[in-house]
Ligand binder design. Sequence first.
Ligand SMILES: Nc1ncnc2c1ncn2[C@@H]1O[C@H](COP(=O)(O)OP(=O)(O)OP(=O)(O)O)[C@@H](O)[C@H]1O
Ligand SMILES: [Mg+2]
Ligand SMILES: [Zn+2]
Length: 266
Amino acid sequence: MIKAPADICPLCEGTGWKTLPALPDAPKDRRVTRCECQLRARTQSLLGAARIPRRYEHCELSSFSAGYPGANPSLALAHISASRFAQEYDPRDGRGLLIVGEIGTGKTHLAVGIIKDMILNQGVSCVFYDYRELLKEIQNSYNATVQTTELDVLRPVFETDVLVLDELGAVKPTEWVGDTVSLILNSRYNHDRATIITTNLPNLPPGKYSNNLAPTSKEAAEQSVQEKTLGDRIGEPMRSRLHEMCRIVTMKGADFRQRGKNATGR
Ligand SMILES: Nc1ncnc2c1ncn2[C@@H]1O[C@H](COP(=O)(O)OP(=O)(O)OP(=O)(O)O)[C@@H](O)[C@H]1O
Ligand SMILES: [Mg+2]
Ligand SMILES: [Zn+2]
């Protein structure tokens, strides 16, 4: 395709390389450097491949507020950990983050903020997947009428520099779910690729769900049957593996979506 003159970068005339001023001691040597248009194109293609859902597109590290009246102090600490992770990212270090916290405390916001920052400022490849969505896509690939193979779905999940797995444990565990999740997390860890995980399940072993109700009360007995811990959902071996793979970030407080309706900050 021939490009219209308006599409051709005026800095490099479409070559991708622009000329730098000659050095005083070698006035005849032509020096070139990569043109910004190439970096912009890479950023755009990384952003396109990151699969950030539209409803989280607005999430930035800089738009996360932790200092509003009544904000739980854990939010400021989480914000620092998130910013530091993005800034100090070392591709040889596979350690990620496990962001644990109650509903609406901003876990997904921080996870998206980190990967957007890394794409824009460091050109790092990042992929966002909702846990349920990922499992559904893998399962769907087994359908004979579908063109995509399991590996088509999994390749970017295995290979991206940074993976966000949002809402880990949010589906009922089956043997297949357990095997699939261990395969993904172990593969990433073994290749020193960082994974950022969010969950609103308590980071506790199986059967250890606890709440503020008196342990002997009828309500407590009912809730402990329904409520699940991370250990219940992904199994204790995988949960303990996550502690090796990730730094734990805990977010507490009220649901940000309800803020203003009843701002307690807890
Ligand atoms: N501290 C904050 N500053 C600015 N916006 C926030 C903050 N916390 C949450 N939000 C916004 O509130 C909404 C809910 O936050 P988010 O989805 O990140 O919460 P979550 O902890 O992932 O919730 P869930 O457990 O339901 O997944 C988002 O639109 C997010 O941008
Ligand atoms: Mg979330
Ligand atoms: Zn250019």
